[in-house]
Design a binder for this molecule. Structure first.
Ligand code: HEM
Length: 190
């Protein structure tokens, strides 16, 4: 109590203001400072904002996709599911170096995701032989990725530049439509 009233008296003596007036002015200065700071953007924030614009890669081979595994911090982090490539850079904590799912970065992870497997031999785009249940699990992952990450390209065969898993690729286009326009609209995109 003694300290409090001494402090308040000191405020009045030094500033000539009542304690309430003094603290109101301090609060207003803090608010103005915050507003002014918010008007400026630092170089780091600017880089982060620029990173958020996904680069469209078009058709690339599985071999080319490998370069986007997080080893080069300047490149986006990419993962493919059924030949559709997603930019997962926003989830570096999952897929970046040292992340729990880093082994999927730069790969088509369809088989591993369907089988819920981390085995290196399962981390590929070959979904042949997957059970119905595993395909359903894969489809759930696909929905999650479609909703969460921008699509930036397709994986194509190195020899003839045709999309890997063509028929399913078309199906994925339908999924995109359903995700964007609602489940009822299943009109095929060309
Ligand atoms: C012990 C079993 C597991 C546990 C406790 C676990 C836990 C988690 C948790 C807590 C998240 C974060 C969820 C979020 O914030 O959205 C996550 C994400 C994820 N999990 Fe697992 N997980 C397990 C097994 C697996 C397996 C077997 C796979 C696939 C082979 C897998 C693939 C993933 C992927 C790909 C993500 C990131 C999804 C995204 O990009 O949002 N997890 N997991």
């Amino acid at each position: 109590m003694g300290i409090y009233s001494t402090a308040m008296e000191a405020v009045t003596e030094v500033t000539g203001l009542s304690p309430a007036g003094f603290f109101t002015i301090i609060a207003m200065m803090v608010v103005v400072y915050k507003i002014v700071c918010g008007m400026f953007i630092g170089p780091e924030d600017f880089e982060q904002k620029a990173e958020k614009e996904p680069i469209q890669l078009g058709d690339i081979t599985e071999e080319e996709l490998r370069a986007y595994d997080g080893s080069d911090p300047k490149k986006p982090l990419l993962i493919a599911i059924r030949g559709q490539i997603y930019d997962v850079s926003s989830s570096k904590m999952f897929y970046g170096r040292g992340g729990p799912y880093a082994m999927f970065a730069g790969r088509d992870a369809s088989r591993a995701l369907g089988m819920l497997s981390f085995k290196p031999e399962d981390i590929n785009g070959n979904i042949q032989g997957l059970s119905e249940d595993e395909l359903a699990v894969l489809e759930d992952w696909e929905y999650k990725f479609i909703e969460k990450y921008p699509k930036v390209g397709r994986v194509v065969s190195a020899t003839n530049s045709t999309p890997n898993q063509n028929a399913i690729g078309d199906q994925v286009e339908q999924l995109h439509h359903r995700a964007i326009n609602g489940v009822g609209n299943q009109q095929q995109e060309q």
